[in-house]
Ligand binder design. Structure first.
Ligand SMILES: NC(=O)c1ccc[n+]([C@@H]2O[C@H](COP(=O)([O-])OP(=O)(O)OC[C@H]3O[C@@H](n4cnc5c(N)ncnc54)[C@H](O)[C@@H]3O)[C@@H](O)[C@H]2O)c1
Length: 377
């Protein structure tokens, strides 16, 4: 058994869809102690209760006290836009008490961000600046940042390499570019102090196979897969799915996206966090004085069209989806498929789970929780 103490990691947005699965991956190793910060703007504390339950259930029969400790979450209901609340969390553990941060919390609705951009800049950029300042105060200078494929805007080359210029279209996407730039700037200013990795997610889907945690969008789902799941369970009662355009330059004319299982994505965070350790090879080639900052695509590298997704969900749910093709939606990009080879080479990242598995796990979550976390014990 390792004598190393648990590494304390702060996960912001820990109760959200991706945050809860990232916590699962960290707890599975029994090497990390998770501290979660979430204001539950778009989540419920029940997600944290459930994910800790999974971790406890997975403990070996001869679990040590340290193992048992790794299965419990220090959960703080706190708002990242309120520095005093966040400072209190860090102060609980003192200087150097938190080994690293996985910064996931943000607002994420592209459409909404065009209507209330200031709210997005304050919550996504303002809160990130304040978090970084507080981290520095407490000698915590390792960060994994949740970015998005949306930073590429309309990419000139498919599959998209990380060297593509960052040029987001929406205020939401711009907040992601800004935060990446800010983090890179602090890594440049203090190259011997900060280490940071930015993970550009493509389209996470599915849920933990237990059906205990999953995506629970508030209101009508903005993303295709949760929408299809809610149509099949009868929560969204639209008779027809609206497909935005079938005249794109893609195999069946509908938009193509790169879906990956949320647990594969979550594993990417673990690899990234491990890569912030002093002995990591990820920054090995970087000369002294150069910033220890890198961005990685997390995707499968395989595109799936809207109609392929509908067909996969029909197989998983048995629901007979009816759809109508309507005009293209403003701002939609024909194809967003990752080139994930850099993450594979440098982090050891892979996203092996299939679309069938994503749909099966999503449907398992949806049938076990028809109303999401609400209405459950
Ligand atoms: N889900 C996707 O398809 C996707 C794709 C690319 C990138 N991302 C990014 O991944 C991250 C997580 O996405 P998600 O799908 O899990 O969203 P989510 O809404 O389920 O999770 C975000 C969590 O952050 C919390 N939060 C938001 N603002 C906060 C604040 N000021 N203080 C404390 N907590 C706050 C919310 O309550 C929520 O629990 C976001 O940064 C998002 O931009 C998501």
């Amino acid at each position: 058994m390792s004598e190393e103490p648990l590494r304390r990691v702060l996960v912001t947005g820990g109760a959200g869809y991706i945050g809860s699965h990232v916590i699962y991956s960290l707890q599975e190793t029994r090497r990390y102690k998770v501290v979660s910060v979430d204001n539950h703007h778009n989540s419920t504390p029940k997600a944290l209760v459930r994910v800790a339950e999974i971790a406890r259930n997975n403990l070996p029969t001869d679990a040590s006290d340290k193992d048992k400790d790794s299965a419990e979450i220090d959960a703080f209901q706190a708002d990242l836009t309120k520095p005093d609340e966040i400072r209190k969390v860090f102060a609980t553990y003192g200087k150097g008490g938190i080994w690293g941060v996985v910064h996931i919390a943000a607002y994420k609705a592209v459409g909404e961000s065009t209507e209330i951009p200031l709210t997005y800049y304050a919550n996504n950029v303002g809160a990130t600046i304040s978090l970084l300042q507080i981290m520095k105060e407490f000698d915590c200078t390792r960060i994994v940042y949740s970015s998005s494929a949306t930073v590429y805007g309309t990419p000139p080359v498919i599959p998209i390499p990380e060297t593509t210029r960052l040029q987001a279209h929406s205020p939401y996407g711009k907040t992601k570019v800004m935060c990446e730039n800010i983090i890179e700037d602090i890594c440049s200013a203090e190259p011997d102090t900060w280490r940071a990795l930015s993970l550009r997610y493509f389209n996470p889907a599915g849920a933990h196979p237990s059906g205990l945690i999953g995506e629970d969008p508030r209101g009508r789902p903005g993303n295709l897969l949760p929408l299809l799941a809610q149509m099949a369970i009868g929560r969204v009662k639209d008779p027809l799915l609206k497909v935005f355009g079938n005249d794109y330059p893609t195999p069946d004319g509908t938009c193509v996206r790169d879906y990956l299982h949320v647990l594969d994505l979550a594993k990417g965070h673990l690899l990234a966090l491990d890569a912030l350790a002093p002995d990591s090879r990820v920054f090995a080639g970087i000369a002294s004085g150069q910033p220890r900052f890198k961005g990685y695509n997390l995707g499968k590298g395989k595109g799936m069209s809207v109609l392929q997704i509908v067909e996969a969900m029909r197989k998983a749910t048995g629901f007979d989806y009816k759809y109508e093709i309507i005009g293209r939606r403003k701002g939609d990009v024909p194809d967003l498929t990752a080139d994930p080879s850099l993450a594979e080479k440098e982090l050891g990242f892979t996203a092996p789970q299939t679309l069938e598995t994503m749909c099966r796990d999503l449907w398992n979550w949806q049938t076990k929780n028809p109303n999401g976390y609400d209405g459950s014990a």
